[in-house]
Ligand binder design. Structure first.
Ligand SMILES: [Zn+2]
Ligand SMILES: [Zn+2]
Length: 332
């Protein structure tokens, strides 16, 4: 089969590999689509202490085509997906007992612990798979396995009351999904971006207000709209995140979705008014399934740019210039 593999550090190559077989409690899928995530670059650099060679890709949609011994939950022909959560949770530790399978120290990551979806076929543990709703376009569902679930789960787990004023900072790969989720979850949504360029798009996505954060008065403009109960920070900027901690209302929550390599200075006095700062560890396969279902039902549509598998090295090289999410699409 054809695959894109990191043979050596930082170098993604198109290679031929044997088609893998599903082992005990595993499934094999014929891959239909695989999203391209920034983390795939870190996998290539072994920044996450993963082995090489490895086939990256953790936003995978495919059709079950081989069932390993002991696997009973899916059948041949089912359309399924695997996201960041790669299965093998122990179901014994305190995190598993709390239902946080993605936090289990034994759980694996698709395309990092084992070969992922930048390949025509992929094998994963059965408990990694989420069911994709019928007739859902694989290329739209793909990026929901990481970008989508991280955003959707991060927001829903904070239990912000419906009708609250919430803001989304950064209208890119995560932010364009966050605006749509916040709108469909019933919030009054403010989009924050560094120019007026994204106003029209943000409003099309469901923002009720738009604020250009390059102006001198943007914080006052935001405060005039009311007490902000949640800010979803999607841009990987320490400066922006540092500023945003002062923009939530009393009791408000700042959800930081973009990983940043530098620490963010936090003002503990500002937090005394019951403000809090949160992150999102994506979610397990059930959360991924919820994300697929919610997105299809409420017509949350990821904006994507498609690539062929052969273009994967180019797609990763262009990731910072790409408009929203890249997806590798395989022959149907
Ligand atoms: Zn990812
Ligand atoms: Zn566990």
């Amino acid at each position: 089969m054809k695959a894109a593999q990191y043979k050596e550090k930082g170098k993604l190559e198109i290679v031929q590999l044997p088609i893998p077989n599903a082992g005990k409690n595993q499934l094999r899928i014929k891959v239909k689509a695989c999203g391209i995530c920034h983390t795939d670059i870190f996998v290539g650099l072994q920044a996450l202490h993963n082995p090489l060679p490895i086939v990256p890709g953790h936003e995978v949609i495919g059709v079950v085509d081989q069932i390993g011994e002991g696997s009973t939950k899916h059948k041949i022909g089912d359309l399924v997906g695997v996201g960041w959560f790669g299965g093998n949770a122990c179901h014994q530790c305190s995190e598993c007992r709390n239902g946080d399978l993605v936090l289990c120290s034994k759980s694996q990551v698709c395309g990092l612990s084992y070969n992922g979806g930048y390949a025509e076929y992929m094998v994963a543990p059965e408990d990694a798979f989420a069911v994709v709703p019928k007739n859902y376009d694989p290329k739209l569902a793909a990026c929901l396995g990481c970008a989508g679930v991280t955003t959707f789960n991060g927001i829903r787990n904070l239990n912000i009351p419906v009708g609250s004023l919430v803001a989304v900072s950064g209208i890119g790969g995560l932010g364009h999904l966050a605006v749509q989720y916040c709108n469909k979850m019933g919030y009054e949504v403010v989009a924050l971006s560094t120019s007026m360029e994204k106003e029209k798009l943000s409003k099309q996505l469901g923002a009720h207000h738009y604020i250009d954060t390059s102006t001198a008065t943007w914080k006052e403009d935001l405060a005039k709209l009311g007490s902000v109960k949640l800010i979803v920070a999607t841009a990987p900027s320490v400066n922006v995140a540092t500023e945003l901690q002062y923009c939530t209302g009393r009791g408000g929550k700042l959800l930081i979705l973009a990983p940043m390599t530098e620490p963010i200075p936090v003002n503990s006095i500002n937090l005394i008014a019951n403000r809090s700062i949160h992150s999102s560890s994506s979610g397990d396969n059930f959360d991924v399934e919820d994300t697929y279902n919610f997105s299809k039902l409420h017509n949350v549509v990821p904006m994507i740019q498609t690539y062929k598998l052969e273009e994967a090295p180019k797609a990763l090289a262009e990731i910072n210039k790409a408009r929203f999410r890249g997806v590798i699409v395989f022959d149907q």
